[in-house]
Design a protein around this ligand. Structure first.
Ligand code: AGP
Length: 618
């Protein structure tokens, strides 16, 4: 997954491109490059490594001009190096391209182009696009791009320039995001809004196989047959500071602390006069009332949110609900049909596996509801109905605020659906009263555990010393039951992602079926033992682990007598809350623990190795 940007207008293109790429680095950061046109001269600068390497290079050899394109890369074809970095260019016709996506038929196309005499310098699929546009070019750049798109299979968001046409950039997309920014006497193209928000809040979201032509004077959009299209201009409501770190050292910490406000905003937007509703949801109550079963499909953290959703949907709506990783769902020929509601959950709305799961579900006649965070994303637009999680831009690769926003949204949707299906005994009013208390409880926990007394920071430092004292050997086990079991998986994923420490989440009842063999003084075992129907079972698990010399860290309800039990190595207390809603609080210490452990190891917390914010490839 990569980030692309394009600009034409009165500003210095290099400045706009580099500023935009710095806000797209979360999409991939193993190499970067820009191309700028000045007086029919094409100046291309590309460097392996993070954007800072390119910036350094451009300091030594600055590039002038007011029309340009740029790219920050997460390698899919070809190792990260200068040659494979974008933009890619056909020098004979002066066609240069940046691309986010995967061209699945690139090797066949490449063979054809080589036969025609084109010389390839890189291993990328993107270079095929540059030569193909050149091959199709006969005086009309828009037509050449249109003809090229017809030959491409796979996903792309591209920005294209031609050396002789200073002041013009052409963009197009299929299954990878691309937006256009509308400024006064200037135009922008970008993969995502933060890249251009400091310049304009007027945005056009392009749909699949649409082509946009931008010049400083204006823009035009056409469909794949060349017919002109009238596109709506949306106004972005959040500002660039929200996409900045807001004074925190890392986006991850900022986004952890944003959660109370996001939950407050989300609940107040979804609950009016004691009733729940979703203004953007275009699936009618009549259609929802017919639903007989529910499949939840997602990846990673979104999958864990879906697992929480399963518990509450079955409990309150009384229909079967199950959860699949999208990468499995898409290939297992699922037994679903017109009475199935498939809920696809995706923060980015661009995850390839989840998008494929959506398409599989639609092919089988199911109704698809997307729960997404990014407005206008591909998944949001292809679903039958959309509910946005309203979490604002999530920049850190490790998802935190999107997770709690997904869970809260699933809770709200559950009670919305239970009301539509007139489920006996469901109590929307009581639920609304309870969920409204969550933001304040979350805020009080976060303040207690970070601002005033950084208990979790101290625990993380102790783990770090312990780990070093055992020649870098230790790991984590997360145990929980019932509606908090997904949090055990999420806590383990967070730790793995940002600190590279091995960690596993398990349903605590499974310990006796094997995992307890792991217990000696090595793994740190996080046990989620908040007030719940299975509390006593969790206490037994804790005793079993302590009896075998294990190190135990418990997440428990404030005031629990167990907190005074000296045999428990580390105690974390969260505010008391109704069991069903406890996942929204329990995950907070797990997020902070992961963050602080990673900080002890000094890793790049917002951009962990090997990861990208949204995995738009298989
Ligand atoms: C979460 O911390 C990870 N970065 C990853 O598991 C992520 O949740 C997953 O790739 C799904 O992304 P999406 O929500 O954008 O579809």
């Amino acid at each position: 997954m990569c980030g692309i940007i394009g600009y034409t207008g009165p500003r210095k293109a290099t400045e706009v491109l580099l500023s935009g790429l710095s806000r797209l680095e979360y999409r991939g950061y193993d190499s970067a490059g820009i191309a700028v046109i000045k007086g029919k001269k094409l100046q291309v600068t590309r460097k392996q490594g993070k954007l800072s390497v390119l910036i350094e290079e451009l300091k030594h050899s600055p590039v002038g001009g007011h029309t340009g394109i740029g790219h920050t890369r997460w390698a899919t074809h070809g190792a990260p190096n200068d040659t494979n970095a974008h933009p890619h260019t056909n020098h004979e016709k002066g066609i240069t391209v940046v691309h986010n996506g995967i061209i699945e038929n690139y090797s066949d196309l490449k063979k054809e182009l080589i036969k025609k005499g084109y010389v390839f310098l890189s291993e990328t699929d993107t270079e095929v696009i540059a030569h193909l546009i050149a091959d199709n070019y006969d005086g009309d750049l828009l037509k050449a791009v249109r003809d090229t798109l017809r030959e491409l299979e796979g996903s792309f968001a591209i920005a294209v320039m031609r050396r002789e046409e200073e002041g013009r950039v052409v963009g197009a997309r299929r299954d990878s995001p691309l937006i256009a920014g509308i400024g006064k006497g200037e135009r922008f193209l970008a993969s995502d809004v933060p890249a251009i928000l400091e310049y304009t809040k007027e945005i056009i979201y392009l749909d699949n196989d649409e082509i946009i032509n931008i010049t400083p004077q204006g823009h035009s959009v056409h469909d794949k047959n060349g017919s002109p299209l009238k596109k709506k201009i949306s106004r972005i409501t959040w500002d660039i500071t929200q996409a900045e770190k807001g004074g925190y050292k890392h986006f991850m910490l900022k986004e952890i602390f944003e959660q109370p406000d996001i939950l407050r905003r989300l609940i107040s937007k979804r609950v009016r006069k004691g009733r729940i509703f979703f203004e953007e949801l275009s699936i009618s109550p009549k259609d929802l009332a017919k639903i007989k079963d529910i499949a939840i499909v997602a990846c990673g953290t979104a999958y864990h949110a879906g697992m929480v959703g399963k518990y509450i949907l079955e409990k309150e709506v009384k229909v079967p609900a199950w959860v699949d990783q999208a990468s499995e769902f898409r290939y297992r020929d699922p037994v679903i049909g017109k009475d199935t509601l498939v809920i696809v959950i995706s923060q980015s709305g661009e995850t390839a596996d989840t998008l494929a799961g959506l398409r599989e579900a639609k092919k089988k006649g199911a109704t698809v509801l997307a729960v997404c965070n990014v407005l206008g994303s591909t998944i949001a637009r292809e679903a039958d109905g959309i509910i946005y999680t309203l979490a604002g831009p999530e920049i850190a690769v490790a998802s935190t605020k999107a997770y709690t926003a997904q869970i809260a949204t699933l809770f709200l949707f559950t009670y919305y659906l239970a009301a539509i299906k007139k489920v006996k005994g469901h109590n929307e009013k009581n639920f609304i009263n309870e969920i409204k208390k969550i933001p304040e409880k979350a805020e009080s926990f976060l303040n207690a555990y970070h601002t005033k007394k950084n208990v979790l920071g101290a625990y993380a430092a102790e783990f770090h010393n312990y780990y070093l004292s055992r020649n870098n050997k230790s790991c984590f086990l997360y145990l929980a039951r019932n509606i908090n079991y997904p949090n055990a998986l999420e806590g383990a994923l967070k730790l793995k992602e940002v600190s590279y420490i091995s960690a596993e989440g398990y349903p605590a009842g499974e310990m006796k079926h094997g995992p307890i063999a792991l217990i000696d003084e090595n793994p740190w075992v996080v046990c989620i033992a908040v007030r719940a129907a299975t509390y006593d079972k969790m206490i037994s698990n804790i005793r079993e682990i302590k009896a075998r010399g294990g190190i135990v860290m418990t997440v428990m309800t404030e005031g629990d007598e167990l907190a005074k039990d000296k045999s428990i190595n580390y105690v974390i207390e969260v505010p008391d809350v109704r069991e069903e809603l406890s996942p929204l609080l329990v995950v907070l210490p797990l997020q902070l623990l992961a963050y602080y452990v990673a900080r002890e190891f000094g890793y790049d917390i917002d951009k962990p190795r090997n990861l990208a914010k949204s995995v738009t490839v298989e």
